[in-house]
Structures are given as C-alpha cells and as structure tokens.
Design a binder for this molecule. Structure first.
Ligand SMILES: *Cc1c(COP(=O)(O)O)cnc(C)c1O
Length: 423
C-alpha cells in the first residue's frame, strides 16, 4: 500500500465502500447541510451536533445562572488542562503535557521563544543562531519567528528551505531550531517526524512541530519521535469551532526549562496569591498566559468526544482510502484537462488533503462551491480538498470528482471572477 491504489470508478462501488465503512455512522454526529459536500474540514471542521447543547449549557447555566461561581463549579479554570489531557492521546502526548489555549500563532511565539532560550544557555550559543523553516510553511509560522527574532535583536536568522530535500544539508552546528509544519497546508506533504527530529538532534538543534493540518487527521506519536515542542489548531480536523483556542505541547523533560516572555498570571505558580513578581508554575500550565475565551474553549470537548469512539489508525486508514480515490478519479475522469496533482502519491508523505493545480483554480473552486462542493483556493493556482474521515463518505468523493469533471468539460466557470477577501 505505498502508492495510490487503484480502487473503484463506479458510484455504486463507492456506495458499497460506504456500507462497509466502520466510521460511516459517526457522520450522524455532525451538523452537515444535506445539499453540501464539505471538503474543507482541514480549514474549518464541521460542527459536532453536541456542541449546540454544550453552548446552551455554557450560556444558560454556567454563565447565565452561576456566573462567577462557574470558575470553580463548572471547572472553567481547569479547562485548558482538562481538554489538553483529552487531546493528548490523539498526538502521542502524555497527561499534563498539553494545554488548550490562545491561538496557534501565539503558541508558536511561546515555543520559539522557549526553544531559543534553552539554546541560549548552551556552550555554543554564540554560533547557534539559525531557525530553519520552509518557505512554503503557513505564513504565520514564518512571521512569528521573524517578529520574535527581530524583537530579540540578538543575531538570530531565519533560513527558509525550498523543499524537504534541502533539510539534510541545511541543518548544521549553527541550527538552534528546526520549525516545521508536519503536513504542509498547501501541498499536503507529510514529514517523517521521527527522522527529521533525529537529524535535528544529531546536530544539537531542537525541533518544533506545527500539527495544524495533522492533529486529528494522521497518526502522531510525539514521544516516539522524540519531538521537543508542538503546537496546533483545534478548529480544523478537531472540529472545535471557528477560532477555537489552539494547543501547545511541552514534554515533561522540557517543562522546567520552558520559559517564554508572555508571563501572564495564568502561568503563575500561585495565580490567586496576587504576587507582585512572576514565578512560573512548574508544569505545563506555565504555557498559559491570561484568561481564556471560555465559551469558545468549552466547544472543543464536543469535537474531542467523537474521537473517543474510534482510533487514529482507523481514521488514517480511511483518510488514505478517500484521498487515493479522489486522486484516481480526478486523474482518470479529468485526464483531458490540465489539472496537475501537487500532493504526494506516496502514503507516508501524504496528509489528509489533496491539491491540484490549474490555471483557473480560483474560478473552478467558486463554480464547485456554487454546486455545493466546498473546497478552497490557495495561492498559486491551487484547488485544495480536505478529506475528513469522521464525516466524509466515499460517495461524497465520487460526486465531488464528477462535479469537477463536469465543470471542466463544459468550462462552467468564470475565469475572470473577482476574488473574495477570504479564499
Ligand atoms: C491554520 C494554521 C495556522 C493558523 O494559526 P492561527 O493563529 O489560528 O491563525 C497556523 N499555522 C499553520 C501551519 C496552519 O495551518
């Protein structure tokens, strides 16, 4: 099962696949419009039906009736850690190593700062000044590293590699930190976390992984990969809701040394002692800053609950079957059109979304959306389709590919269409 497998090409075969699919029943737990094929769960996950009840409970009872008592009574104060512990098994983390808090961008800032601080105490600190990341990384990851190092003004440099193959020659004795996104948001390329981390460690560098497009989509074992830090999104494959707080993982072995400059009171050893100086709490809660958006944070549990009903291995297996099918259908049925696969064919290098390049990608995506097939557009000229095994069916894949074929065959798109602010 290394390369894209030949599966079926008939819609009835897809119906049969759906009938045998052990995850098929989980779709019922999501609020999905019946006239929509939603292939954007990698960007904004669908709504777990249970979230509506949870929202009502938070708004009506916890906030409405109990007000400030809810910090204790409803466990609001512990929510970042309690949810972090629920998420931990999905990424190969241990208990008390993850908190759900702030945004991915802000958590990147904390993790990069802590990593640079650890490296600044090493004997070779004067030469270890380089952060390696990818030019094609999600922009905020690069921007946060840029912003922090410019602010520090201590001679740190960013080295942007242009392809995963460049890593081996890029990492050396000057590398302080290798900061990569596990699954590339554009191409869907999946890094081998264990081997990259091993390479970084061999050269004395630390390794920070952004799991935005992999948490809840691919199997992740942060401990067996010996990763140093990780961050990621809860509103993508984890279905936590728009703008849901993100997560940060610091393994126990790094927690004592984990120091970042956003030392707000929630990271204090005794937050309610109201001390005039900062004293970081010993555990993972030192990664917290201040008061959390509780209503939004509370929604995340409904998404995590659904993951308890299956395994990441089952999710990964279905994800590969869905992406294999889509690649095969588009390549066979749209063969006469200039659509080029951007996503790796190799299973071990593929996340859970598939991207194709086309000159009129933006217009084609808009035409698909008009027909109820929701994917998205990414620069340059990329149509991106996310496959979320918890609620995407094989028939959805077939229907989506068929719409794409029909749009291309009939040129049923407006090549001169104007872009919306959010693509
Ligand atoms: C989605 C995504 C983000 C989003 O960061 P926010 O702070 O939530 O806006 C960051 N990094 C990567 C790699 C992403 O895919």
């Amino acid at each position: 099962m290394n390369n894209t497998e030949q599966i079926s090409t008939l819609r009835t075969d897809c119906l049969a696949l759906d009938q045998q699919d052990p995850l098929a029943a989980l779709r019922q737990q999501f609020q999905l419009p019946s006239n929509m094929i939603y292939l954007d769960g990698n960007s904004l996950g669908a709504q777990p039906k249970a979230a509506l009840n949870r929202a009502t409970q938070v708004i009506q009872e916890e906030w409405g009736m109990d007000l400030i008592k809810s910090w204790n009574k409803a466990g609001w104060f512990d929510l970042p850690s309690r949810l972090g512990n629920l998420l931990a098994p999905l990424i190969g983390a241990k208990a008390e190593e993850v908190v759900i808090t702030d945004t991915t961008s802000i958590n990147l800032f904390k993790a990069i700062a802590a990593a640079l601080h650890i490296q600044s105490e090493a004997s070779d600190a004067t030469v270890r000044k380089v952060i390696i990341t990818e030019r094609s990384n999600f922009p905020t990851d690069i921007y946060m590293a840029e912003g922090l190092t410019r602010w520090l003004d201590r001679g740190y440099r960013l080295h942007l590699i242009d392809s995963p193959e460049e890593l081996t020659s890029a990492i050396n004795h000057e590398t302080a930190l290798v900061m990569l996104t596990h699954v590339n948001y554009r191409t869907g390329y999946l890094y081998d976390m264990a081997s990259v981390t091993h390479l970084a460690h061999q050269h004395g560098a630390l390794c920070l992984w952004d799991l935005a497009h992999s948490a809840g989509a691919v199997e992740i074992d942060l401990h067996s990969a010996n990763a140093d830090f990780a961050v990621g999104c809860c509103y993508k494959y984890l279905n936590g809701g728009p703008g849901a707080p993100a997560f940060i993982w610091v393994p126990q072995r790094h927690q004592a040394a984990f120091q970042h400059p956003l030392t707000g009171w929630w990271g204090h050893a005794a937050p309610f002692a109201m001390q005039p100086t900062f004293d970081a709490t010993p555990g993972i809660r030192r990664a917290l800053c201040g008061t959390q958006p509780i209503v939004s944070l509370a929604m995340i549990e409904s998404g995590l609950d659904i993951f308890k009903q299956t395994t990441m291995a089952a999710i990964r297996q279905k994800s590969l079957a869905l992406t294999d099918l889509f690649i095969q259908l588009v390549e066979t049925r749209c063969a006469s059109h200039p659509v080029t696969l951007v996503t790796p064919r190799q299973h071990q290098q593929r996340g859970s979304h598939v991207s194709f390049q086309h000159e009129h990608a933006y217009a084609i995506i808009q035409a698909l959306i008009e027909r109820g097939v929701v994917g998205d557009y990414r620069e340059p000229g990329i149509m991106r389709f996310g496959f979320t095994p918890l609620y995407t069916s094989f028939t959805d894949v077939w229907d989506a590919a068929e719409h794409l074929r029909d749009i291309l065959d009939r040129q049923d798109y407006r090549a001169d269409i104007r872009r919306n602010a959010v693509t």
